[in-house]
Design a binder for this molecule. Sequence first.
Ligand SMILES: *Cc1c(COP(=O)(O)O)cnc(C)c1O
Length: 434
Amino acid sequence: MHHFHYSGHNLTCESVDLATIAKLYGTPTYVYSAATMADNFHRLQRNLSGLDLQICYAMKANSNLAVLRHFANLGAGFDLVSGGELRRVLAAGAHVKTSVFAGVGKTEAEIKLALENEIYAFHVESEPELARINHVAGQLGVKAPIAIRINPDVDAHTHAKITTGKSDNKFGIPLKHAAAAYEAASKLKNLRLRGVQMHIGSQLTDVAPFVEAVKKVTSFVAELKATYGIEYFSIGGGMGIVYRDALASGPAAWWDAQPADKRPLTPETYGAALTPLLAPLGLKILLEHGRFMVGNAGVLLARVEHLKRGAGKNFLIVDAAMNDLVRPAMYESFHEIVPLHRDTSRRSLVADIVGPICESGDCFAKDRSIQEVGEGELLAFMSAGAYGYVMASRYNTRGMAAEVMVNGSAFELINARETFEQMTAGEKIPAFLK
Ligand SMILES: *Cc1c(COP(=O)(O)O)cnc(C)c1O
């Protein structure tokens, strides 16, 4: 459910006409709905209210400072993966104390920064990492709180680049070696064993793999509690969102109309299936959803440059490109693309919707049917709030897009479009070329 819908002919975010934003700030521009983010957060919280819950928003999905502040205000901690992300939490005026630090290659400097800011726990992915954290904690004279990420070897049935809980990928420690890893960790005197973690993948649209993974590890988690007095179990993130019927899935009525066996995963289903499995553990439960929290809360606005009619193929060339939104090029992912001004009297058109970058991979959609639109008209790429701006690059010396947040009838620029001067500020011609 989300707050993007047509009001008359015009696509709006909450009560703001998206064309107004495009005209004020130009394109490409990301627009986020604060109400959608709050709804997503509250729904997750409400449906797992039978548990002692801490939501640690996986900020790699969208780490704009305004987004972080919004979630911090709602009561979220953060799941962060770098020193840069940790500094963003601080810059947003939020706490690191309720946040966890994940990732397979934390540097000594990052570990030090996290300890100085009293991180809630490190999510440790290997035995060498345990030794490194122990070493840095010793230098600082503190005990580092840790949880080990266990790999439950469950197939999340999602895209190969975003599945993480199978034994053949780089994440976590296999369940059969986890007891030994905890025992080794318990002997390192600068560590405190605070919890246990797992995360099986991203964009899961079925609850079954989550249930399977939790069932596989619960007896081990209970043992850890008995042996080491751990206080929490993080079950990771990964709840999927709707990409194909993105616009239609705004109102609750759409969800009610889906046949039960076809309905995408909801917090209601997730909470109902997992709460009874988790509650008996008597542990604090951490959730680390990223995509679910922000994915359907954002769109990318773009302008049509040209409609190029070819022999048997039309190309709609837009001013957004793979550098702004890389998901279609990287994961072959689908984004629904809709006009900001809907005109049902126009014909529809079948076209490849492409960006201006010199790569054939710079294609958002192949043979997509869309209302006929021409030069200067505006489009929205739906479901672009997660893994959109954060994965953008400056390829082709295209500056980073602008970002805007909407809240009811208010909206504000939360990140200005990058200028050429900002883009090239660190570059210089060496003396030997002058
Ligand atoms: C990426 C990641 C998440 C968030 O995944 P989503 O699919 O965006 O919910 C959570 N935990 C860990 C460890 C991750 O790597």
